[in-house]
Design a protein around this ligand. Structure first.
Ligand code: GP9
Ligand code: MN
Length: 626
């Protein structure tokens, strides 16, 4: 009798699907964590799997094979999404990020590069089951297990185990979400994320509300370890008073093409020339989050950390951010931003009012002429923005214009007549070659734009800022040949530090004429305070997490996307935590090599987590727009 029950059970859908799902989860754990630990897998993941399977056993009266197949298919697709997301972003996808994926064009276009043959294992069984179903050789009998005697108790036990796993790990703080998923269980981790929402769990013991600005500013300075410098003692303060501010955010622009020669030809000849009379920060790091381009816009205009798990424009589109456009408007500037994509992308129709831009010029304004990749080319962007700027200039109205590029977006394909670099053969048709072409295109178009600003008499009265929003070439989404091509260009292996490095250039005729290359560590957060200093805009009442690069040297910058939370750059290292600080990795910024003795940076790790938490809490406390 007893053995009958057991054979019945072993032949049931419930058992076979559970077994298959456990094996697949084990495969995923192996691919993600390089771990093959049956007890751990069973302990952490089995509860949730059995709970789902027994629910189907209970609920499905008819068409049970179909529902089990469906569960299997949904589950397998999820596992595939987790591993693909991991190989692109280096973190475990959370349920909310999964719904945002449609916005990330790069990943959609690089999915094929991310797929490995071994991922086929997630779907083999489904394919086999479907074939067997079709040829009517489906192996599992459609007999149900006794509900009262078996399925209900099983469900109760499974839910009990899941609940216990949930409670055990509820208050455990692990900054690296890959390790968190490994230790807490992948399904359990997702359940915990749903429970916490997008809140991180580090405590802050200061009132960050808007009416507490001076205290909060003091707290930020203390955590960063910098002193307040009075305006009258600052270098370059107000030297660009009442000048126009023209900011060009270049899509996917990394720092390495600057000054680079390929086949004897400069990739960015005009920018290179411009550096003779510019302030150039070659060691600037990207700090964007899941909102990519829109996060870069957000950081430049606010000097606040973007959120770690959601595009800030999405979560806080209804807020009123203290921002550069608002500060400049108060000084009598007209403020506007130009981007040729649809305004709904990245929720910009909300982001721009949230940032306090008075005017925005979007896809509708730019039309359909000369479309390259996602939208109208950056030549169109510059050509159509120019008359608007001229209009203000003629009225003697100072303006702040931000121009957001688009053409140099992945996959970097230009029409043949725009690809002007004579590249050596090995680059032809490669992603790297196309990337260099599109950066070269941008260099040309920026130069044309600046020439036209000169002709219009706007140039001398302006501060021109150029920076990259985030990287364009990601190792995991590239073929090995491409990684080698970039390594050849760099003269050493193409590494993480190279990828996160974007250029930041300030060009202000009459002010930056001497030209300066400032090698210190700098980040996107620092851009706004640096520009504000030049324009003589007081940040006394403004909460900013960056610092004016013309007056401060020591830096501490958090990066929490593409890297685990708690990662940071200071003047010496890039630190990437694992489970926490102790098992993390520190890279020397000069040599890019791993350094063994990094204990002395522990304080920086805690400080950066604190800064990010302060920023998150402050952001959350900001009022909504009326
Ligand atoms: C979308 C464009 C590109 O409008 O700015 O965004 P990205 O994919 O780089 O975030
Ligand atoms: Mn971008």
């Amino acid at each position: 009798m007893k053995s009958n029950y057991i054979t019945e059970f072993l032949k049931s859908h419930l058992f076979i699907i559970t077994l298959i799902l456990v094996i697949k989860t084990m495969l995923l754990r192996f691919l993600l964590f390089e771990e093959l630990n049956i007890t751990k897998t069973l302990f952490l993941e089995l509860g949730y799997i059995v709970a789902f399977a027994s629910l189907i056993e209970l609920i499905a009266v008819k068409g049970k094979p179909f529902f089990y197949l469906l569960l299997n298919a949904v589950f397998s697709t999820l596992l595939l999404a987790v591993i693909l997301y991991y190989s692109f972003f280096g973190r475990i996808v959370t349920y909310f990020a999964l719904f945002q994926l449609g916005q990330v064009d790069t990943i959609n276009e690089s999915v094929t590069a991310l797929i490995e043959p071994v991922y086929g294992l997630f779907f083999v069984d489904i394919a086999i089951f479907i074939v067997l179903l079709v040829i009517r050789k489906y192996p599992i009998k459609n007999r149900s297990l006794n509900k009262k005697l078996f399925v209900i108790p099983l469900l109760v036990v499974a839910l009990g185990i899941s609940f216990a796993t949930f409670m055990i790990h509820k208050n455990e703080v692990i900054s690296n979400n890959v390790i968190a998923a490994q230790e807490k269980g992948i399904l359990n981790y997702e359940a915990l994320e749903v429970y916490y929402g997008s809140e991180s769990q580090i405590l802050v013991d200061i009132d960050v509300s808007v009416d507490n600005v001076p205290k909060l500013k003091q707290e930020i300075r203390e955590v960063k370890g910098i002193e307040q410098i009075p305006q009258e003692e600052r270098n370059y303060f107000n030297t660009a008073e009442k000048r126009n501010l023209i900011v060009i955010q270049v899509e996917s622009m990394q720092n390495f093409p600057i000054g680079l020669k390929v086949g004897g030809e400069e990739v960015t000849p005009h920018i290179n020339k411009m550096l003779d009379n510019s302030f150039y920060f070659p060691n600037t790091v990207q700090q964007t989050g899941p909102g990519n381009t829109s996060d870069a816009e957000f950081i430049f205009n606010t000097s606040l950390y973007p959120l770690a798990f959601n595009p800030t424009s999405q979560t806080y589109g209804n807020k009123k951010f203290p921002s550069l456009p608002r500060l400049l408007k108060a000084e009598g500037y007209a403020t506007m931003t130009f981007h040729a994509d649809d305004i709904e992308f990245w929720n910009r129709d909300e982001l721009y009012p949230a940032l306090g831009f008075e005017h925005y010029y979007d896809g509708k304004f730019f039309g359909n002429k000369d479309v390259i990749g996602i939208g109208p080319s950056d030549e169109v962007l510059f050509d159509k923005a120019l008359p608007v700027l001229k209009g203000y200039h003629l009225k003697d109205q100072p303006f702040y214009a931000q121009l957001i590029g688009l053409t140099s977006h992945h996959p970097f394909k230009l029409p043949a007549d725009e690809a002007e670099l004579e590249l050596p053969d090995k680059f032809k048709g490669s992603l790297t070659g196309d990337y260099l072409q599109s950066i070269n295109y941008m260099d040309r178009k920026i130069n044309n734009f600046i020439e036209k600003l000169k002709q219009a008499g706007i140039y001398e009265e302006s501060v021109i800022v150029i920076y990259g929003d985030h990287f364009g070439l990601q190792q995991s989404a590239m073929d090995q040949e491409d990684v080698d091509l970039v390594s050849d260009l760099l003269g050493n292996e193409y590494k993480l530090i190279d990828r996160l490095n974007i250029p930041f250039i300030i060009h202000a005729p009459g002010i930056t004429d001497q030209g300066k290359t400032l090698e210190k560590t700098s980040g996107q957060l620092d851009m706004m305070p640096t520009v504000a200093n030049l324009l003589g805009i007081s940040l006394e009442d403004q909460v900013v997490f960056g610092q004016d690069l013309l007056n401060y040297d020591k830096n501490l910058l958090g990066v929490r996307y593409y890297l685990p939370i708690g990662s940071f750059f200071n003047n010496e290292i890039l630190f990437v935590p694992k489970k926490g600080f102790e098992d993390g990795t520190a890279y020397d910024l000069q040599t890019e090599e791993v350094i063994e003795d990094y204990e002395k940076y522990k304080e920086d790790y805690n400080r950066v987590l604190k800064l990010e938490k302060l920023s998150d809490t402050y952001l959350k406390s900001l009022p909504e727009r009326k």
